[in-house]
Design a protein around this ligand. Structure first.
Ligand code: AHM
Ligand code: MG
Length: 349
């Protein structure tokens, strides 16, 4: 017999983090259920297309971005001290009695909406650093190791909720008949070796040399140094890519590149990279910027971007090795401490 999310939480009484976030997690699950419905029925409800507004990064918001953001906020605001979202410039103060913070991307991959390809929601739950009183955006600037719980909902052929509190990753499938999320994918694990890589190769000419080297070696397959063939996938929905990696392995890269607009990559640290890194590590994989473990990155701004390399442990280690070799070579060439640090910060951060 499959457990519902409620029953699972009840069964995991010794997981203190899970118990602490349980009411909020159930509210997030409810909002994901509502977002799934909004996505499914959007064309019927005149909810497709641009909202006519843009977010803090200047990206055009879709109507569904705005709807999803409001659904997540409405369901969770009584249970958190404050929340922050990809779709809102500033944090939103909520219940002063709560000791939890929620940061989320309500609808990731929304450029895929018009073509009916999988999208998702990503969330991260943090503890408030201050026991009481007002909060500032700085309260959210905690590294990924501080997350109490992270997860995503995938709106694909089935709606799924995948969560972790750090020690294992569990996947729940939404059952339309009962209206419950049921545990269908317990204890997901990522194989150490990978047969698939995912990266937007249209950016190849802008990538740093270590990323170009790694992808060229994968593409060379059995006739190159890797001695075996790799497959490639790119959905352009991070939730769908991470979900595939949790289920059948592989590696995902969204590196920084040489263009000013992408010098820290595309993905945002607090509500995209950090929660996915927590999930991937809890499933036995690894997540890195190329220069350091993703969960160690100290956020400086709410909406900051970060390079992302995540998935199979051995592949991530190999890419990190290439990045470190390049950093060391540049450092030796430059012959000055200053340039070495600058390279570390700008090229591989
Ligand atoms: P979004 O938050 O504006 O949807 O952007 C994030 C998405 C990720 O889901 C995905 O990995 C990436 O952008 C796809 O980027 P690209 O357009 O380069 O394919
Ligand atoms: Mg996003």
């Amino acid at each position: 017999m499959k457990l519902s999310l409620n029953e699972f939480i009840w069964q995991q009484r010794s997981d203190e983090r899970l118990q602490r976030v349980a009411p909020l997690l159930l509210a997030i699950a409810q909002s994901c259920r509502l977002i799934a419905g909004a996505v499914r029925d959007a064309a019927l409800n005149n909810a497709m297309g641009a909202a006519g507004s843009s977010n803090i990064q200047g990206e055009a918001q879709q109507k569904l971005d705005v709807i999803s953001n409001e659904l997540m906020m409405a369901e969770t605001r009584d249970l958190v001290r404050a929340l922050a979202s990809e779709e809102m410039d500033e944090i939103v103060p909520c219940n002063p009695d709560s000791d939890l913070l929620l940061v989320y991307d309500p609808l990731d991959g929304s450029s895929n909406l018009d073509v009916n390809i999988s999208v998702g929601s990503i969330f991260s739950i943090l503890a408030t650093p201050e026991p009481a009183g007002d909060l500032a955006a700085e309260s959210f600037l905690q590294n990924g190791r501080s997350q109490l719980c992270a997860g995503y909902a995938l709106y694909g052929p089935a709606t799924m909720l995948v969560i972790t509190t750090g020690h294992e990753v569990n996947g729940f499938t939404f059952d339309e008949h009962s209206g419950l999320f049921m545990l269908t994918h317990p204890k997901l694990r990522i194989a150490e070796e990978a047969k698939e890589f995912a990266i937007n190769t249209s950016n190849a000419r802008h990538w740093p040399a270590p990323i170009q080297r790694y992808i060229a070696e994968c593409q060379a397959g059995s006739s190159g140094v890797r001695g075996r063939d790799f497959n490639m996938r790119w959905v352009a929905s991070m939730v769908a890519e991470v979900h595939r990696i949790l289920l059948r392995g592989g590696v995902f890269l969204y590196p920084q590149d040489s263009r000013e607009s992408s010098k820290n990559g595309k993905l945002r640290l607090l509500y995209e990279a950090s929660p996915m890194a927590m999930l991937v590590e809890a499933a036995g994989g690894a997540a890195s910027t190329g220069a350091e473990r993703l969960l160690d990155v100290q956020p400086e701004r709410l909406h900051q971007r970060v390079p992302v390399i995540l998935g199979a442990m051995n592949e991530v280690a190999l890419i990190e090795g290439y990045c470190r070799t390049a950093i060391a070579e540049s450092y030796l060439e430059s012959n000055t401490l200053h340039k070495g640090h600058a390279l570390l910060e700008t090229q591989f951060q």
